[in-house]
Ligand binder design. Structure first.
Ligand code: DAT
Length: 160
C-alpha cells in the first residue's frame, strides 16, 4: 500500500513519515529526493519545481503494489491508497518556518494555506481515502500511533 503523508511545510511530515515507515517496516520515500534522483523538475533557489503528472508517473512505475510511505507536500497528488493530511496550528507553522529561515512572504503564504485548508481540499478532490490528523499538542509518537490505530481499524473515519 502507498501511504502519502502530506501537509503544509513545517507541519511535521518528515518526522511523522519516517517514524511511520519504521513502525510499519516499509520504505520511506522523500518525494523531493526521489524527483532529484529521477532527474525530474528544475531546482530554482531552494525550491524544486516539478511537473506533478511526471512525478506521479515515476511514483506509479516504481512503487505500485509496494509498501511505501511518501513524504512531501505534493504526495496527495500521487497515486496513493491512503492519504494522511497532517494539520498544525498556523502559529506553530509560522514559528517552525521562521526557525528554518523562510522569508516573511513564504511564511505568510504557508500560514495562509494552512488556514484555508488548501492541501486538505486538494487531497479530497483527488482521493477517496483521506484522513486528517491534527498534531496540535501531540508528540510525533502520538501522531504516529494515532495513524497506526486508524490503519489497523480499517480506516472508517473520513473527512469532508
Ligand atoms: P515538514 O516535513 O512537514 O516540513 P518536519 O517534520 O521537517 O516538517 O518538521 C516538523 C518539526 O516539528 C520537527 O522539528 C518536529 C516538530 N514536531 C513537534 N511536534 C510534532 C508532531 N506532533 N508531529 C510532527 N512533528 C512535530
Amino acid at each position: 500500500m502507498i501511504i502519502a503523508i502530506t501537509g503544509t511545510p513545517g507541519v511535521g511530515k518528515t518526522t511523522v513519515a519516517r517514524k511511520l515507515a519504521e513502525k510499519l517496516g516499509c520504505k520511506y520515500v522523500n518525494l523531493r529526493d526521489f524527483a532529484l534522483e529521477k532527474g525530474i523538475g528544475e531546482v530554482k533557489g531552494d525550491e524544486l519545481e516539478v511537473e506533478v503528472d511526471e512525478l506521479a508517473y515515476f511514483v506509479e512505475k516504481e512503487f505500485k503494489g509496494k509498501n511505501v510511505v511518501l513524504d512531501g507536500h505534493l504526495s496527495h497528488l500521487m497515486p496513493a491508497d491512503l492519504v494522511i493530511v497532517l494539520r498544525a496550528h498556523p502559529k506553530t507553522i509560522a514559528e517552525r518556518l521562521k526557525e528554518r529561515g523562510y522569508s516573511k512572504d513564504k511564511i505568510g503564504e504557508n500560514v495562509e494555506a494552512e488556514l484555508v485548508d488548501v492541501i486538505l481540499i486538494e487531497a479530497l478532490d483527488e482521493h477517496e481515502n483521506v484522513i486528517e490528523v491534527d498534531t496540535t499538542g501531540k508528540t510525533p509518537e502520538e501522531v504516529v500511533n494515532e495513524i497506526l490505530n486508524l490503519i489497523n481499524s480499517g480506516i472508517k473515519r473520513r473527512v469532508g
